[in-house]
Write a protein that binds this ligand. Structure first.
Ligand code: TXA
Ligand code: MG
Length: 343
C-alpha cells in the first residue's frame, strides 16, 4: 500500500490536503492524524471493515476496544444509550480536550469498535487538525494510538511513518503533540466515576467536578493473570521499547550515584535534564525534574530514542505521581514491565 503524507502548517492554506485525508476516511480508509495527546490511527467508527483494518494494521488484539472521536458533545446522544449527569458536567469542564468517557453504548456502535463490550469510549479532541478532519469527513473516528501494538505511542508524524508506512493510506503531519501521553480514560458506568487510565486531566480535577473519583488499582499495579481488566488495554504489554527499562526509585543523589557506580558501563540513564551534568554514562532526557508536563511530552520519544541508539538497558528516574506525573509513571511502569529497584 502506498502511504501518502500530508503536511499541515495552516488550516486554511492546507485545506486541500485536509480534504484529501477526510475523503480517504469517508471512503473507509485508514489515516494517522495528530491530536493534542498522541497521534491516532483513524477510521470511520461505524464502518466495521474499516475498524477491522485498524486492528490489522496495528497488530492489536480484537478484544481491546477503540475510542470514538467526535467533534461535538451533542453527538454523544446518537451513540450512548445513557448519559449520566457526570458526563455533561465533565464535558462542560474538559471537552474538547484530553478526556475520554466510557458510557453504555447504543446498538448502532459496531462490536468491532467496542471490542465486544456493551459500552463505548467517547472523546472530543481539541487539536484543530483533528477537529477539522472530523468536520470535513462528517464521521466519528475510531482512533487508537497510531503505533504498532505494544510499542511506544507516537507523538510525532515521523513515529507513525516509522511504524505504519505501507500499512495505512495516509499520515497527516501536524507537528509534535503538545501533551505527549494519551487521554485520561474515566468510566461513568453504573453510577460510579472511575479513572481507568491517567492522563493530563487528573483524578483530582475530575473529583472537583463529580465529587469523587476512584482510581483503578491497575493504574499503578500489575494485574494478576486471572484478574478481569476494567480497561482491556491495561492487561496488554504496552509502550515498550526493545531496550530493557528499569525504574530506579531514589532521590537525586541516590539516582546519580547508582548510575555512576552501579549501572553497567553500556547502560543508559533515562534521566531528568538536571541530572545530566552529574552522570558519567550515556543518557536520554526525560524532561525536567519538577515539570511533569515536560516529562509527558518527552516520554514516548525518549523510549524510541533508546532503541535508535541501540541501548540494551536503561535506568529511568521515577517520576512523581503528582498531576500529569501519574500518567507518566503509569506508562513508564508498563514500558519497564513493572521492573523497579530502590537505590
Ligand atoms: O489520547 C488518546 O486517547 C489517544 C488519541 C489518539 O485519542 N487514543 C488512544 O487510544 O490512546 P488507545 O486505543 O491506544 O487506548 C484506548 C484505551 C485502551 O486502554 C482501551 O482498552 C480503553 O481505552 N477503552 C476503550 N474503550 C473502552 C471501553 N468501552 N471500556 C473500557 N476501556 C475502554
Ligand atoms: Mg495505545
Amino acid at each position: 500500500m502506498q502511504t501518502q503524507i500530508f503536511k499541515i502548517t495552516d488550516l486554511e492554506a492546507d485545506k486541500d490536503k485536509l480534504k484529501k485525508a477526510a475523503d480517504i476516511l469517508a471512503n473507509g480508509g485508514l489515516v494517522a492524524i495528530p491530536t493534542e495527546t498522541v497521534y491516532g490511527l483513524a477510521a470511520d467508527f461505524l464502518n466495521e471493515e474499516a475498524v477491522k483494518a485498524i486492528f490489522q494494521a496495528k497488530g492489536r488484539p480484537s478484544d481491546n476496544p477503540l475510542i470514538v472521536h467526535l467533534a461535538d458533545v451533542k453527538d454523544a446522544e446518537k451513540y450512548a444509550s445513557e448519559l449520566p449527569e457526570t458526563f455533561y458536567k465533565l464535558a462542560e469542564r474538559f471537552c474538547p480536550g484530553p478526556l475520554t468517557m466510557i458510557v453504555p453504548k447504543k446498538e448502532c456502535v459496531p462490536t468491532a469498535t467496542s471490542g465486544g463490550l456493551d459500552t463505548v469510549a467517547l472523546r472530543f479532541p481539541s487539536h484543530p487538525v483533528a477537529r477539522e478532519i472530523i468536520r470535513l469527513c462528517g464521521k466519528g473516528l475510531a482512533a487508537p494510538s497510531a503505533n504498532r501494538s505494544g510499542s511506544p505511542s507516537p507523538t510525532e508524524a515521523e513515529h507513525c511513518i516509522n511504524d505504519m508506512f505501507g500499512r495505512i493510506d495516509a499520515v497527516v503531519d501536524g507537528g509534535s503533540c503538545t501533551i505527549g501521553v494519551e487521554s485520561t480514560v474515566v468510566s461513568l458506568v453504573g453510577g460510579k466515576v472511575r479513572v481507568l487510565r491517567p492522563g493530563a486531566v487528573t483524578p483530582e480535577q475530575i473529583a472537583e467536578v463529580t465529587g469523587e473519583a476512584e482510581v483503578d488499582r491497575a493504574v499503578t499495579n500489575k494485574m494478576n493473570d486471572n484478574e478481569q481488566a476494567a480497561s482491556p488495554g491495561m492487561k496488554y504489554k504496552h509502550y515498550a521499547p526493545s531496550c530493557k527499562v528499569v525504574i530506579v526509585c531514589a532521590d537525586d543523589d541516590g539516582y546519580r550515584r547508582f548510575i555512576n557506580e552501579k549501572a553497567e558501563d553500556n547502560a543508559y540513564a533515562l534521566c531528568f535534564e538536571e541530572d545530566t551534568a552529574h552522570i558519567n554514562k550515556h543518557y536520554v532526557v526525560l524532561g525536567r525534574e519538577e515539570d511533569e508536563l515536560s516529562q509527558a511530552q518527552a516520554l514516548f520519544a525518549s523510549l524510541r530514542k533508546l532503541d535508535e541508539l541501540g541501548a540494551e538497558i536503561a535506568y529511568a528516574r521515577c517520576p512523581s505521581q503528582e498531576g500529569v506525573g501519574l500518567a507518566v509513571y503509569n506508562r513508564l511502569l508498563r514500558a519497564a514491565a513493572f521492573r523497579t529497584i530502590d537505590a
